[in-house]
Design a binder for this molecule. Sequence first.
Ligand SMILES: *Cc1c(COP(=O)(O)O)cnc(C)c1O
Length: 333
Amino acid sequence: MHLARFPRVRLAHLPTPLHPLPRLSDELGIDLWVKRDDCTGLAGGGNKTRKLEFLLGEAFEQDADTLVTQGAVQSNHVRQTAAAAAQHGLKCTVILEERTGSKAVDYVGNGNVLLDRLMGADIRFVPGGSDMAAELERAAVDVRAAGGRPYVIPGGGSNAVGALGYVDAARELVVQADELDLQIDRIVTGTGSAGTHAGLVAGLAVMGADIPVLGIGVRAPKAKQEENVLKLARETATKLGRPDAVTAEMVVADCDYVGEGYGLIDQGVIDALTLAARTEGLLLDPVYTGKAMKGLIALARAGKFEGERVVFLHTGGAQGLAGYHGELEPALL
Ligand SMILES: *Cc1c(COP(=O)(O)O)cnc(C)c1O
């Protein structure tokens, strides 16, 4: 594994911190640590920043002048892409899917959307259920017709190029743990468009680190999520010259905590957000890390991590909290 072979544009503040969560650990009866990828630094940071380093590398290699991507209305990926574009003098066209159906003023105008606008992204809204691959293609055609040179980034930055960012994160985490003589029994992360989970699995497999990764699903059912992650992890390992490194047993998703659906908040998520905030001053988000923590809390309380040291990968997203003001405020009385 030699990541310097791949073009890369430095965007993130690395390494991100790895630290214990003593008060939350006491609450849950496990030894819980957090890997702070909410602190990657790009306009609020989050997990998409690591992926964008390799995606931008490829965009520059192709001499692109416009980044084109898509996401849900409160997408953190879109915010980080808009920031990367602004920082590098590129244009940015984004398509926002009204995936949750919410028309709340804060949801459609505050949080991440407000920041996308602030950073100058050209925004197009499309109804929930739209064919987003086709929408991306259409947007790229429009950019070309206007004389631009588009570089299309899939939703969540999740292809084998983007996943290299999480291969690097796996390496970084193992190096940090080894420096601290800290044995990690398990990594827990949210898993959505799959690039984070797949990159971690591929990176750990290629290193031979043998640390199990549990992805907590935020959208798709378990079989579909595991299939998506496995496929991408294999493509990523192939890019690293180790096509057989990833086995199906390495990919585990628990999709029992999605609740009503993607981006829809429930009491379990609110409880997870408040517990992390009130024990550790740790800000999670309603769509990804709050759901992942809801799952982690339930599994820890059910004794599933008994005696383990668990690292929670904090993938960011707190910039979306303002988009959920209407749901959150009454729950916080
Ligand atoms: C996108 C995102 C995830 C999920 O990562 P994927 O690579 O899409 O699976 C998790 N947490 C946050 C905050 C995100 O924005």
